[in-house]
Design a protein around this ligand. Structure first.
Ligand SMILES: Cc1cc2nc3c(=O)[nH]c(=O)nc-3n(C[C@H](O)[C@H](O)[C@H](O)COP(=O)(O)O)c2cc1C
Length: 165
């Protein structure tokens, strides 16, 4: 079974979460490719797609949301798992992710998982720093790779069950 793991990431924390998911699926015996969402030309080749994005201002990175929108018809015929990465999951777990939830619904995703991200204030541009000073979320790396690998293990078991049918 061929699996694509694609991520929309600006500063790399979501890309590394995608890489960890890819490793788990690879170890589970799937044929895995890990790519930036912007580099995905087609989903035709894959049986399953895991797509995730960093959240900025409540929205997915455009490359990730466009990947889902542009390939909606083909994705609907495949096993799709989605995840969102952000700091709101650390501060206010209730943040609504209407866009990503809507995409998950439209594409028939099995799950839409949230993971805490990483915020390196010094790396941000001037505009982003202003937003972060105003919102004052926690700064630092809150990623929980054990939780990420755990979720990827669940995805692997579900895909194994589908492949066995
Ligand atoms: C300007 C800005 C806006 C952000 N907005 C949100 C948000 O609305 N919700 C959220 O959960 N996280 C938000 N974050 C946190 C990022 O999603 C988090 O830092 C993430 O790990 C970044 O991923 P990346 O390194 O892959 O780009 C924001 C970060 C910045 C810099």
């Amino acid at each position: 079974m061929k699996v694509l793991v694609a991520t929309g990431s600006k500063y790399g924390s979501t890309r590394e979460i995608g890489a960890a998911i890819g490793e788990v699926l690879d170890e589970a015996g799937f044929e895995v490719e890990v790519q930036d969402a912007a580099d995905v030309l087609s989903v035709h080749y894959y049986d399953a797609v895991v797509v995730g994005s960093a959240v900025y201002g409540g929205l997915w990175r455009r490359d990730a949301s466009e990947l889902v929108r542009d390939h909606m018809i083909e994705l609907r015929r495949r096993e799709v798992y989605m995840f969102s990465v952000g700091m709101e999951t650390v501060v206010r777990p209730g943040q609504k992710l209407d866009e990503a939830d809507g995409l998950a619904r439209d594409v028939g995703a099995k799950t839409h998982q949230r993971f805490p991200g990483a915020l390196e204030y010094d790396h941000l541009n001037v505009g982003e720093k202003a937003i972060i000073r105003a919102l004052n979320p926690p700064r630092g790396d809150f990623r929980d790779f054990a939780a990420v690998r755990n979720w990827a293990d669940q995805v692997a078991s579900e895909l194994r069950a589908v492949a066995a049918v």
